[in-house]
Ligand binder design. Structure first.
Ligand SMILES: Cc1cc2nc3c(=O)[nH]c(=O)nc-3n(C[C@H](O)[C@H](O)[C@H](O)COP(=O)(O)OP(=O)(O)OC[C@H]3O[C@@H](n4cnc5c(N)ncnc54)[C@H](O)[C@@H]3O)c2cc1C
Length: 489
């Protein structure tokens, strides 16, 4: 099953787009997912000379919707050509919360993670604080269209086999034998990156979490004949799509319908059916077997699952990986971004957001460092990113704990607050480019001269400490507090 892209190329004149003076830095990005394409865009913007390689023969994305947070939405607005398209293709839903019986607790209403007084009691949210719900494929196509507008073409059928470096250059060897060199090579090749041996000295262990997520997105015409499913998922009278969350013991499910696509997702225990691919599908009967274990499962949701096309459900295996303090190679010429650098639990709702932040930070660090200081710039990038990303990774466990709470009061709560995932102001209220501008010099001094430097892009008052997935997961399992410290609100 495929969905038509329906992405218009709304390019305006590039004269509106301010590009920094040419830096003379050559950047080769490996991987054309959200992290790689945004890195290429930002590096071009900052005056670097960019090329981008992708192992596939064409852009291949499927999948559901993901949530793009305000710090990224606001940054995309700095691309005038893309800003309108970004608003056009994003859904701006009203959100409602339900128990696992289907009983509605609250909504539909405007929703933001801003907890300041009155922020959610308005008909229209402040656009600078709005989260965008994006269809993964359309979002990536939008980034790629922008890349084409600035004259950078993705070089397809280029599969990286090995990364290496010397003091002057980084190199990537492709599996067809070619070698490509640049001042800096960005590994944006996802969770199975080939850069671990160089950057981390060994392959980094990734292991199955025991959890997986069913995800589906398909054309709305396919539910048209079922009156109840159509009615329960319809676009609201005020024109906004309706994002619905169902939660209780054994169930965490979301559904949303836009003008052309209906999407649903469900977290479940991995019984061995899941894989890490948007292209390996499971039959609706697999999902029906799972929901048959939940006696209260609403019947219209069962029918929504049955109406999903046979090749339309992905069962995504959720993998663990401990926080990696090092995402830059020893000589500073190879840098990991996005899922190549870190994996985040879907419950953090931040994998793509952090991938895009990586891109913004890296391009800005390279600009401030200049051609003579590429290795220092990439080390500063590492210094500015690690603690923030590690907090995002922790946030995934906070939300998982909230969701999995065995306390019957919470699991069966009638309070919306118990069902809303945490997403603090330190995350969505951040300005990545401003942060780099303000902190690059002091972080560089810290690395070169040992002067004190403290990141402020993490929850206020939080003091970074090393942690491991096993230890946090054990606490989640035992229903114990995660001991965060600081203000995560
Ligand atoms: C079920 C699920 C739900 C999620 N929900 C959210 C959400 O709500 N919000 C959010 O922010 N994030 C979410 N995420 C996370 C988000 O999807 C990822 O973090 C994001 O896609 C990572 O982008 P990336 O570019 O780093 O990696 P990828 O998207 O994996 O892209 C890597 C690219 O590199 C290419 N590549 C791989 N190997 C090579 C090679 N050897 N040579 C050349 N090219 C190569 C691949 O073909 C691919 O194009 C979710 C993830 C999952 C699985």
């Amino acid at each position: 099953m495929s969905l038509s892209p329906s992405v218009s190329n709304s390019a305006k004149s590039l004269t509106q787009l301010a590009r920094s003076p040419l830096s003379g830095i050559s950047v080769c990005v490996v991987g054309a997912g959200p992290a790689g394409v945004y890195t290429a865009l930002q590096c071009w913007r900052k005056g670097h000379n960019v090329r981008i390689l992708e192992r596939n023969s064409a852009a291949r994305t499927q999948g559901d919707f993901f949530m793009i947070a305000p710090q990224v939405v606001n940054h995309i607005k700095t691309w005038p050509d893309m800003a309108d398209e970004n608003d056009r293709i994003a859904a701006d839903p009203r959100v409602s919360f339900h128990r696992n019986t289907g009983e509605r607790i609250s909504g539909p209403s405007p929703f933001s993670f801003d907890k300041s007084e009155g922020s959610n009691n308005t008909d229209e949210l402040d656009p600078t604080r709005r989260f965008h719900f994006h269809h993964r494929h359309k979002f990536l196509q939008m980034l790629i269209s922008q890349l084409e507008c600035i004259g950078v073409q993705i070089e397809y059928d280029c599969c990286a086999a090995e990364f290496y470096e010397d003091v002057d250059k980084a190199r990537v060897r492709l599996d067809d034998g070619r070698t490509i060199e640049a001042d800096v090579i960005v590994a944006a090749d996802g969770i199975g990156t080939k850069s671990h041996t160089l950057v981390n000295g060994q392959d980094i262990r990734v292991w199955p979490s025991g959890l997986a997520g069913f995800r589906a997105a398909f054309p709305v015409e396919m539910i048209a004949d079922d009156a109840e499913v159509s009615e329960r998922t319809k676009i609201l009278d005020d024109g906004h799509p309706h994002f619905q969350l169902f939660h209780g013991l054994g169930l965490h499910m979301t559904i949303m319908r836009t003008e052309d696509i209906i999407t649903w997702g469900m977290t479940h225990k991995d019984e061995g059916t899941a894989s890490e691919s948007w292209f390996a599908n499971v039959d609706p009967s697999t999902v029906m077997n799972y929901v048959s274990t939940i006696p209260t499962f609403p019947s219209f949701l069962k029918r929504l699952i049955e109406l999903t096309p046979k090749d339309g459900i992905v069962d995504w295996k959720i993998m663990w990986r401990n926080p990696q303090p090092l995402t830059t190679s020893i000589l500073g010429r190879v840098v990991q971004v996005g899922d190549a650098a870190h994996t985040l639990l879907p419950s953090s709702m931040n994998g793509a957001n952090q991938a895009l932040e990586d891109a913004i930070y890296l391009a800005a660090c390279l600009e401030l460092g200049g051609k003579e200081n590429v290795p220092w710039a990439t080390r500063v990038h590492n210094k500015l990113r690690f603690e923030r990303v590690s907090c995002c990774q922790k946030l995934g466990f906070v939300n998982l704990a909230k969701r999995n709470n065995r306390d019957a009061k919470t699991a069966d709560s009638k309070k919306t607050e118990d069902l809303v995932p945490e997403q603090g102001r330190w995350l969505w209220g951040h300005d990545p480019e401003k942060y780099v501008r303000e902190n690059f010099p002091r972080a560089l001094d810290h690395l070169q001269k040992g002067t004190p430097f403290q990141n402020s892009n993490i929850p206020p008052g939080y003091v970074h400490e090393e942690w491991a997935v096993d230890e946090l997961m054990a606490r989640v399992e035992r229903n114990e507090p995660l001991g965060l410290g600081g203000d995560w609100s």
